[in-house]
Design a protein around this ligand. Structure first.
Ligand SMILES: C[C@H](N[C@H](C(=O)O)[C@@H]1CCCN1C(=O)[C@@H](N)CC(=O)O)C(=O)N1CCC[C@H]1C(=O)O
Ligand SMILES: [Zn+2]
Length: 606
């Protein structure tokens, strides 16, 4: 059987159109609710039995989507209202569920789930003999150890136990995923994912944004490299200018906040890392989420409902259950049930993650009365930006002081630079990482990067854009992309790069609405009802309007624009330029043998 079936007559009758949409909406809520519940059961208790229940449900849900697609194609879209046409187009955007060959679809879903299970249950046997999971142990080790060899053992072990175990599975996932989306007419999976931005120049737009922001990153990279050389010794650093990938305080070197104490420009000021104070005040996971909830309430936005507090999983279970610890936010599509799953630890980083996840829940709540097909972000980047925008206010020294997590607020120039540095380690460090993941995946889905080149191309991008290199020679059996959750989980990533740009546009717009007058990086919109109303009005749209309209409603202009981010960090860029002088940059090619690097050195130092 094929998806398209017989081409029915094209229905134009408005009553029939409306009853189809009403029917779909109520059926879809029931089907998606069931799928969410069964998935939740698996994600919070990884067993073969629960995986089978989830995979069976995914096939049921796919059949529902195929049926909805077939029925939707019988309608004449040209006579509809713009809104109804938009709904039909989204109802027909069924993704891999277009695969009507049940054996192939079942296999694709199984491979995807098996890769995510490998990632979520992987453990590393350390030299001490201890077997450590990523959450919380290896994450904590990468953040706190300053021992080169210990960090290397954790980093090597994690790659081997995660990515190293799924290389062949990934190649099959790519093949089956591409075959499924081609049925809908997409060129490949990357083209399908980019179609959600509904912007023909999207790839060029994000490249232009990345090129605009590279100088900021280059300066931060040079500064961090110099400080890390003082800690680990120059001999640990390749003369190509790259930073070894395991020294940045994070398993993927994607954010460097754990290095704040070593990288703070002006010592002797109160620390900006609130982790110790949170522990001293006996913060609990619940209190972390109440702090986030309190901020949304202060803006007059929608508080977390009772079901959220009853049904979320906010700490790693201690009963021996295996869970997917990677934090996530869940919409159960019944307008009442919304949950977060997070193996929360008491750190500044998890306070930030809690705001990120709660931002998703707030978006779910704001658009819960939209038709199901409009219960999405204006584009995926919008969904990633909501929590982070709130967190930009929360992390200001003023706000951290007001909630008792830092003793004093000193806003002399030096303290200001220290604060901007702490924010840059979170936001600027991330930019090349947020950009390169889907550069790699898009090239894989296009067939430009074949399985034997997976790992080499991954490191080409890491060396070129992130300026970090592997501390050990690469082998073609490695599959380092698999060491990052979103690759085995099949979750697109460019959304985070988009978010890290637009969240500063949103922050500026909300600070203006709150009548804040000072420098953007010290703005705290806490308690501003006007800011809360403006944000809510944009969130309520869901995906019912093209994202430029949502952008316009909030920021009074229609584009992604890196200027607010550049303005936010302007004082820091000046400081870094002074500090670094000519000592910045790296060879775009990964370090290999010394000779090749020597010629770079000759040119580079001249
Ligand atoms: C920690 C965070 N977990 C994701 C997120 O919250 O986006 C989870 C897992 C994948 C999707 N997801 C969801 O919750 C979705 N259901 C949200 C939605 O509904 O769209 C995450 O992965 N982050 C945060 C910063 C950068 C990135 C990282 O850690 O690399
Ligand atoms: Zn997110």
């Amino acid at each position: 059987s094929t998806l398209f079936g017989v081409k029915g007559q094209s229905i134009s009758d408005p009553t029939e159109i409306q009853s189809f949409l009403d029917n779909f909406n109520s059926q879809a809520q029931a089907v998606f609710y069931k799928q969410s519940e069964v998935s939740w059961t698996y994600y919070t208790n990884i067993t073969d039995y629960n995986q089978k229940l989830m995979l069976d449900e995914q096939l049921m849900s796919a059949k529902f989507s195929q049926e909805a697609y077939r029925n939707a194609t019988r309608f004449n879209l040209t006579v509809m209202t713009q809104e109804d046409r938009r709904l039909f187009i989204k109802i027909m955007d069924i993704g891999t569920a277009a695969q009507t060959n049940e054996t192939k679809l079942a296999y694709l879903n199984k491979v995807q789930s098996d890769m995510e299970t490998i990632y979520s249950t992987a453990k590393v046997t350390m030299p001490s003999g201890q077997r450590l999971p990523l959450d919380p142990d290896l994450t904590q080790l990468m953040a706190t150890s300053r021992n080169y060899d210990e960090l290397l053992a954790a980093w090597l072990g994690w790659r081997a136990e995660s990515g190293g175990k799924m290389k062949n599975l990934y190649a099959e996932y790519v093949e089956y995923n591409n075959e499924a989306v081609k049925i809908l007419g997409h060129a490949d999976t990357g083209a399908y994912w980019r179609s959600w931005y509904d912007t023909p120049t999207f790839e060029d737009d994000v490249r232009a944004l990345f090129d605009q922001l590279r100088p900021l990153y280059e300066q931060l990279h040079a500064y961090a490299r110099r400080k890390l050389k003082q800690i680990y010794g120059n001999d640990k650093f390749p003369s190509s200018g790259h930073i070894p990938a395991h020294l940045l305080g994070n398993m993927w070197a994607q954010q460097w906040s754990s290095l704040i104490d070593e990288l703070t420009p002006y010592k002797g000021k109160p620390t900006l890392d609130v982790t110790d104070e949170m522990v001293r005040q006996n913060y609990t996971a619940i209190r972390i989420f109440q702090t986030a909830d309190d901020f949304f309430k202060s803006l007059g936005m929608i508080p977390m409902p009772d079901t959220f507090w009853d049904k979320s999983l906010l700490e790693k279970p201690q009963d021996g259950r295996e869970v997917v610890c990677h934090a996530s936010a869940w919409d159960f599509y019944n307008g009442r049930d919304f949950r977060i799953k997070q193996c929360t630890v008491i750190t500044a980083e998890d306070l930030e993650t809690a705001h990120h996840e709660m931002g998703h829940i707030e978006y779910f709540l704001q658009y819960k009365d939209q038709p199901v097909s409009f219960r999405d972000g204006a584009n995926p980047g919008f969904h990633e930006a909501v929590g982070d925008v709130i967190s930009l206010s929360v992390q200001t020294p003023e706000h951290m002081h007001s909630i008792g997590l830092i003793p004093t607020v000193s806003n002399d120039t030096e303290s200001d630079i220290n604060f901007l540095m702490s924010m840059a380690l979170q936001k600027i460090a991330f930019l090349p990482f947020g950009y390169l993941i889907d550069q790699w995946r898009w090239s894989v889905f296009r067939g430009e990067t074949t399985p034997e080149k997976y790992n080499e191309e991954w490191w080409n991008l890491r060396c070129r854009y992130q300026g970090i290199s592997s501390p050990v020679p690469l082998t073609s059996s490695d599959f380092d992309p698999g060491a990052k959750y979103h690759i085995p989980a099949g979750v697109p990533y460019i959304r985070y790069f988009v978010s890290f740009v637009i969240q500063f546009q949103f922050h500026k717009a909300l600070c203006d609405e709150a009548n804040y007058r000072g420098p953007l990086h010290r703005c705290d919109i806490y308690n501003s009802k006007p800011a809360g109303t403006l944000l809510s009005n944009m969130l309520k749209l869901g995906s019912s309007k093209p994202w430029p309209e949502a952008m316009n409603l909030l920021t009074r202009q229609r584009k992604m624009d890196a200027q607010p981010l550049m303005d936010y960090f302007k004082p820091l860029l000046e400081y870094l330029r002074q500090e670094n002088g000519n000592d910045y940059g790296w060879h775009p090619i990964c370090p290999t043998d010394p000779t090749e690097i020597q010629e770079f050195l000759d040119n580079y130092s001249s």
